[in-house]
Design a protein around this ligand. Sequence first.
Ligand code: TXA
Ligand code: MG
Length: 322
Amino acid sequence: MPSPYRSQRLPDTAGNIIKAASLLHDGQLVAIPTETVYGLAASARDAAAIAGIYKAKGRPDNNPLIIHVATLGMARELAAFHQEAESLAEAFWPGPLTLVLPLREGGGLAQAVTAGLDTVALRMPAHKTALALLEAFGGPVAAPSANPSGRISPTSAEHVLDPDHGLDGRIAAVLDAGPCPVGVESTILGWQDGIAVLLRPGGISAARIGAVIGHVPLPPQRKAEKLLAPGMMASHYAPSATVRLNADTAATGETYIGFGPSAPAGALNLSLAGNLDEAAANLFDTLRRADLLGRPIAVAPIPAEGIGAAINDRLSRAAAPR
Ligand code: TXA
Ligand code: MG
């Protein structure tokens, strides 16, 4: 059967990982799996390829990209690590934690990667295929989530290539490793006046970070919020439908997304068992499925502990006025 896609779908075999690395060397865009969501990868040192990421996503050029590395050595070439950053990398890398650190001169990053800031966002993904690709490529790889700007992040190759809400035809290929196990993006941590601040809740909870550095990261100070996390606009992860939060039941005409065993039978459910990790892994796929039904969406209350903080953050952005 001929492929329905204009971009190539490459199952994550050893041969295709090498092929994806050589596409990146040629300046092409390749969507890659990570433990959080699929990323839209390009060589972080190739200015034309980085311009291609912004164009394919329709991303505002003041919103910098996260760099993905396979080794701590490569991360240290690109950014200045202070003691807290060293401890956190030691504790959580590879894993869903992004550190925003002072940019080092001479790392050779394309300027657009950092959108002209003097900091750079770095992470080492905990995903076999992603790490194999980064090793085969041998350099830093920029990868924002592989969705059109402002839309729901992709947790499968099918989401990346979705004909209506994806990037098919705008990228060379997607390396397909099946669904992403964590399902929400990495936690982003920065420092303001030397104090750790939480720029985006994600796969690693604030409490776990606090256990390593001795205090729970603070919310960023308002005056500097824009500069600190340019990408955290209120409306994001937006389905086409409107979204109502903390709904105990559906109103007439709404599609309900439940959580836990007491939700109505037959409704969509983030986790029948009421497990937050499972709910995170199901979140973006369930929002996409609900959206396809074409009616307003109502979502059950989700507890805020652990990865629940990241789930609630994404839901409130999905529900924000656009
Ligand atoms: O889990 C993830 O982090 C995924 C996977 C693919 O790794 N990537 C991801 O990238 O979520 P993206 O572009 O969708 O979100 C990156 C966020 C944006 O909000 C951006 O503004 C912020 O990181 N960011 C990047 N560089 C920054 C910097 N130097 N200072 C502050 N925020 C930065
Ligand atoms: Mg994103």
